[in-house]
Design a protein around this ligand. Structure first.
Ligand code: NDP
Ligand code: 8X3
Length: 259
């Protein structure tokens, strides 16, 4: 039975939807992100609606010391984390390599790769000591399909893909499951963040497409977790019907007015 779930990046999008989905199943939660106001509001809502215990931890996942002291502060009934959903992440910028912003590159690598490592390194020993647990890494179709202008984001998600496979090997025989979820286009704050707050550019990403929602991805996470003890779901790749892969997307054109 899943008692405690830690979701990184629960202040919006996939992470927020995943926290809600697990609360709906009666799991206690540890939710993280930098935006304290959002964490506080989500904690209040989930505790009131589902009667679960929610610990909100506001910190920057790029900072190793903050990650370590946040995890070390988890005690009592929540200390044994049954499920860790490594979701916090972002894309910053969309540029040809020779024009890429080094600050953007550092932000993506520090968040998507190093942040995931800092948290997982601190949580997994607790799972091993408890004789079991489940790590779910939110990767991306970009983790196997590098696309134009996305070299560093794609590299960071390739790292998540490699880490998921490596963790699965090293955790063999220790009762800890590892699942990688690789979504295609999901409408969240992702594009707004990628385009540094440019709403017009962000909205254009989803023109003529019905994208996935955070809830769609949360459903996949939940399904992977709900399998019997002897079953490990290694990977789930999910895309909108309109997206074949990172390179081919079918966009409905606006119909001209008949009148
Ligand atoms: P959102 O921007 O909606 O959510 C990102 C979450 O990550 C927020 O909760 C944010 O919290 C957190 N986060 C980002 N940077 C940091 C940081 N430095 N410290 C702590 N938390 C941080 O995007 P999504 O929900 O779409 O993204 C979630 C994951 O899904 C990411 O790993 C992304 O790469 C992946 N993904 C997204 C896809 C998409 O099309 N949207 C497709 C495939 C994968 P806060 O800002 O409060 O710190
Ligand atoms: C985020 C989605 O389309 O940039 O991983 O690969 S995409």
């Amino acid at each position: 039975m899943v008692r405690t779930v830690m979701v990184t990046g629960a202040t919006s999008g996939i992470g927020e939807a995943t926290a809600r989905a697990f609360a709906g199943e009666g799991a206690n939660l540890i939710i993280t992100g930098r935006r304290w106001d959002r964490l506080k509001a989500l904690k209040k809502e989930l505790e009131a609606d589902h009667g679960v215990e929610v610990l909100a931890l506001a910190f920057d996942i790029r900072d190793r010391k903050q990650c370590e002291s946040a995890v070390d502060s988890i005690s009592g009934d929540l200390a044994t984390v049954d499920v860790l959903v490594n979701n916090a992440g972002l894309a910053a910028g969309l540029d040809h390599f020779e024009e890429g912003e080094v600050n953007d590159w550092e932000m993506m690598i520090d968040t998507n790769v190093k942040g995931l490592l800092y948290i997982t390194r601190r949580i997994v020993p607790r799972m091993v000591a408890a004789g079991g647990g489940h790590v779910v890494n939110i990767g991306s179709i970009a983790g196997t399909q590098p696309y134009e202008k996305g070299a560093v984001y794609c590299a960071s998600k390739h790292a998540v893909h490699a880490l998921s496979q490596g963790m699965r090997i090293d955790l063999l025989g220790k009762g800890v499951k590892v699942t990688e979820i690789r979504p295609g286009m999901v409408e969240t704050e992702f594009s707004l963040v990628r385009f540094h707050g440019d709403e017009r550019r962000a909205g254009g990403v989803y023109d003529g497409v019905t994208p996935l929602t955070g809830e769609d991805v949360a459903e996949a996470v939940l399904w992977a977790i709900m399998q019997p003890p002897h079953v490990n779901i290694d990977e789930i790749v999910l895309t909108p019907l309109a997206q074949a892969n990172a390179y081919y997307t079918f966009r409905q054109k606006e119909q001209p007015d008949a009148k």
